[in-house]
Write a protein that binds this ligand. Structure first.
Ligand code: NAD
Length: 471
């Protein structure tokens, strides 16, 4: 049986992650004849080894911590324990269901899916390899959506058993007693909270002077406090130099303010970033340029490479490495191919970090507003002052809104607190649509809901919050 059903397609999408599969579905909806080529699993990193499986683990850890605190809610719960094989089985079940769901959608949209490794032969021809089998197809248009891979850390001891990456961290059938996380970025902090909430002693070693670099400093500080409250040890400005095996496990050596320090641990998770992935794709053969330092494929606003009919989307473009950015890029590329001109705008990209509590961000941080010489003002509201938050037994976090002084436009928001990853949607719409704070204030927010924290922070910018006067 041959790998492919046809020899020629209107659009070939290489890579089946949230960039590639969304582009394929959109293009098919617009009437294109589409083939999607994926060498591994449909859904890519996000569905199989990233966003979704981590959220399943976050939920298990959350249920466990709620049960430990059940007494606070007037509920008695005894003999509570974590059974990791069951936690992992649940996670796998969710992932498999979602992957099957996407496969079904591709089929329903009459997209041919080929499980093979794709290599560009020329500007229209693609070689497909599946085990011993090979085939060649041609496409009028090509969308490269091959994603990203973990950045490596070149230090002695990196290959020792017990040193794991984010993929292996999803499948620890036995909880380690202790875990050192190298890298206090998004992946590092999500795992730090998952494992700390499951009862593991966690230490985070971050190279820079703040956690989750790029996120508003005040919110990052609040995250630091929340981490310490959960007994996560945080060491910033720590440069990891070596990992050693000892009689009792592993030892991570790091330099802090020119002094050598070390921390012992059973396992070490490396989470020092991700970089574009396009190995063996053959970009150089057809003259597609990549950025020198990190290797991202260079594209214009319409996501075209140097060749008008070859597009690149998602992490491989190294713009903003987020699934929802990849999906939006997929929609833009598909529309451009089908004759509806669209351009990418990265000014209102929401960020959601699933720590405890969660973080949501959109638009400019205060540092960015300052750097752009914008005359801005800041409004705040603490989650602890919300009735709903109190009723839920929570109290951590705050909202921070940034608006222009000259025209009242909301230009940035950062929040840390319960539901922050969902609450950011309202603020994303506001930043994207260039709404004024006045318009947020004119909008009635349902009571009692967590969304009121946004309303109150907006009121803070307009003369004062109603339910807080602690500024
Ligand atoms: P990241 O860039 O967010 O964080 C990596 C961190 O490692 C940085 O803080 C960096 O300073 C630190 N670091 C680098 N070298 C180090 C060293 N030698 N010692 C100590 N610290 C070191 O990258 P990530 O957390 O690996 O995530 C990769 C990508 O995936 C990111 O672009 C992220 O946006 C995306 N992602 C997003 C989410 C989400 O939005 N919820 C979740 C997971 C991943």
């Amino acid at each position: 049986m041959s790998i492919n059903k046809k020899e020629k397609y209107q659009i070939a999408v290489i890579g089946g992650g949230p960039g590639g599969y969304v582009a394929a579905i959109k293009a098919a909806q617009l009437g294109a004849d589409v083939v999607l080529i994926e060498k591994d699993k449909i859904g890519g990193t996000c569905l199989n080894w990233g966003c979704i499986p981590t959220k399943a683990l976050v939920r298990s850890a959350e249920v466990y911590t709620h049960l430990l605190e059940a007494d606070n809610f007037g509920i008695s719960a005894e003999n509570i324990s974590v059974e990791m094989p069951k936690v992992i089985k649940r996670k796998d079940k969710i992932v498999n269901r979602l992957v099957k769901g996407v496969e079904h959608l591709l089929k329903a949209n009459e997209i041919e899916v080929i499980k093979a490794k794709a290599m560009l032969i020329d500007e229209h021809k693609i070689m497909l390899k599946q085990g011993e089998q090979q085939a060649e197809i041609t496409a009028d248009n090509i969308i490269v959506a091959t994603g990203s891979q973990n950045s490596e850390l070149n230090i002695p001891g990196i290959s020792l058993s017990g040193v794991i990456d984010s993929k292996a961290a999803l499948d620890l059938e036995e909880l380690p007693e202790s875990l050192v996380v190298v890298g206090g970025g998004v992946i590092g902090m999500e795992f730090a909270f998952i494992y700390a909430n499951l009862g593991v002693k966690v230490t985070v070693l971050e190279f820079l002077d703040q956690l989750v670099p790029g996120v508003d400093e005040e919110v990052a500080k609040e995250l630091d406090r929340s981490a310490r409250r959960r007994k996560i040890k945080i060491k910033t400005e720590a440069r990891v130099s070596e990992i050693k095996e000892t009689d009792s496990g592993l030892q991570v050596n790091y330099i802090y303010k020119e002094k050598e320090k070390s921390v012992a641990s059973e396992k070490v998770l490396i989470a020092v970033g991700r970089k574009p992935y396009h190995a063996e794709l053959g970009l150089e053969k057809i003259g597609i340029a990549t950025e020198e330092r990190r290797g991202g494929i260079l594209v214009n606003e319409k996501l075209q490479t140097k060749h008008d009919h070859i597009y690149a989307i998602g992490d491989v473009t190294d713009k903003i490495l987020l699934a929802h950015v990849a999906s939006h890029q997929g929609i833009v590329a598909a529309n451009n191919i089908m004759g509806n001109e669209m351009k990418m705008d990265y000014s209102a990209v929401p960020g959601a970090i699933f720590t405890s509590p969660e973080i949501g961000t959109v638009g400019l941080s205060e540092k960015e507003a300052k750097a752009k010489n914008i005359d801005y003002q800041v409004g705040y509201f603490p989650f602890a002052a919300s009735g709903k938050v109190m009723a839920m037994g929570e109290r951590e976090g705050k909202v921070k809104l940034i608006s222009r002084k000259d025209n009242d436009q909301l230009i940035g928001a950062a929040l840390i607190g319960i539901h922050a990853s969902d609450l950011i949607a309202e603020l994303t719409l506001a930043v994207q649509q260039k709404l004024k704070v006045e318009e947020l204030v004119e909008t009635i927010h349902a009571h009692p809901t967590t969304s009121e924290v946004i309303y109150e922070a907006a009121l803070d910018l307009k003369g004062g919050a109603i339910h807080y006067n602690g500024r």
